[in-house]
Design a binder for this molecule. Sequence first.
Ligand SMILES: [Zn+2]
Length: 243
Amino acid sequence: MSRSVNRIVTIGLVALLPACASTRHAAVKDTTKTFKTVVVDAGHGGKDSGAYRRYGPPEKLVTLDVAERLNRNLRESELKTVMTRSSDVFIPLDERVNIENAQKNAVFVSIHFNDSRRRGIRGFETYYHSSASFDLANRIQEKLMSIPHSANGGVHTANFRVLRNATCPAVLVECGYLSNRNEGNLARDSEYRELLADRIAEAIVEQRYGAGAYHGSTQVAAQPPQPNTSTGSTELAPVGGHR
Ligand SMILES: [Zn+2]
């Protein structure tokens, strides 16, 4: 190759670089006012237990239960849903991303419970990555905060793969700390899990159709259950590989 041809090739490659760089981040389509489908993601599963305590169910089981309840509430509200898993199976993060991005007019909501070595820490947290996801994240956090005695862990950006690689608005909800005695006990209560699913569904339906559009879970209790403080230790094993 002559020097001049070589130079042209080099210039050509350099010119291509910005285009390549811009495709590294997924282009997010703002579907928050048009979506027809909600991709419901139950965190963890199978060999990945998520947070777990010596007593009580591991995170992977409570995320699945809340996700199934959320799925039911959304369907009752005439939204289509796709669940990334509906049983206790391991789904790699990239496969979850493929499932969320396969939907053309959707939003993505991932359900998790939180974990800390500091057992006093409690509260709801909602995470997002793209600016198109902020309204939905904020709305979910707001609706969760309407649950009496709840603590506000805030709305935050995060680089989690299911958020970062999403081509639709995507949020991840931490529905309280399993490591906290109060929230850990509440998470074991099916009526409380229904309440969580009800509030998240309300936020999603109102995001799409406006305030007052959600008619409520047919199964939600009038009053949230009081935390059961008579149960035993909620001590957690060392934290590892959460999310
Ligand atoms: Zn988790």
